[in-house]
Every structure is written in C-alpha cells, then in structure tokens.
Design a protein around this ligand. Structure first.
Ligand SMILES: [Zn+2]
Ligand SMILES: [Zn+2]
Length: 135
C-alpha cells in the first residue's frame, strides 16, 4: 500500500491568498479568548494546527499583525483572518482558522479553550471538554 500525503486547500474570502496544508492537522480547538474575539471579530474562533513545514501559501501573501509576540495573519485585501503563530508558546506551529478551509469539516475540534472569556449568549452542549484556560 502506498501512503499518499493528503493536501487540503483553503484561502481568504477574495481568493487573493490561497494556502495548502499537507497531511492531517495536529489539533483542532475552539478558542474563546478575548484576543481571538477581537482579532477575528467572532464569538469564538475554530482553529486547526499544523507544523509550519506543512503549511504553504500558494497564492498571494499573508499580512502579519504582530502584537505581544503573537503573529496574526490576514488577507491585506479582504481582511479575512487566516493564521496564528506564537513562536514562544507554540514553536513551529501554525494555527489556521478552520472556516477558511475549502472543506471546513476537514478537522473536528476536540475542545473549547479559554471558556473563562466565553460570551454569555453562547451556550455549548456539544459534549466537548471545556477548559477555562489553555495550558
Ligand atoms: Zn482576501
Ligand atoms: Zn484565542
């Protein structure tokens, strides 16, 4: 049997930025932290994480906003949030916003993290573990 390495594609809303993930994701979580809420503009952000060598930008360029050592990547044209890199906390890992994948169901999130910031009008009953923080 030949193992083929599956490639999964995604991109921003205007298609100026396209990317490819090689292989399965290392993790997938819903993050409720205030930073994700503000940066992404959503109640919580659903991430898939891969090793940085398994993430390739195939069209355009991701713009980076660096705050406190965290690099959040987005499309400079349409503003779609795309990536999160925190080299100190998560060396060698790129997190990608799952809804920007062509197949957003590619990875099933395994937990809710930073639920200490969960918005009062979000009610969770999907049975996933919930962590007030993420350590
Ligand atoms: Zn775009
Ligand atoms: Zn977050």
């Amino acid at each position: 049997m030949v193992e083929t390495t599956k490639e999964t594609e995604g991109g921003c809303f205007c298609d100026a930025v396209r990317y490819t993930i090689i292989g399965p994701p290392d993790f997938s979580t819903h993050c409720h932290c205030r930073s994700c809420q503000r940066a992404v503009g959503t109640a919580f952000a659903s991430w898939v994480g891969v090793q940085s060598e398994n993430f390739k930008v195939t069209r355009g360029q991701i713009k980076i906003c660096n705050t406190h050592g965290v690099e959040r990547g987005f499309c400079g044209n349409c503003g779609t949030s795309l990536t999160y890199v925190a080299e100190k906390e998560w060396p060698g890992v790129v997190s990608i916003l799952a809804p920007t994948l062509d197949d957003p169901g590619f990875a099933t999130p395994g937990a809710h993290v930073y639920t200490e910031h969960q918005l009062p009008w979000i009610k969770l009953d999907d049975g996933l573990p919930q962590y007030e923080q993420f350590t």
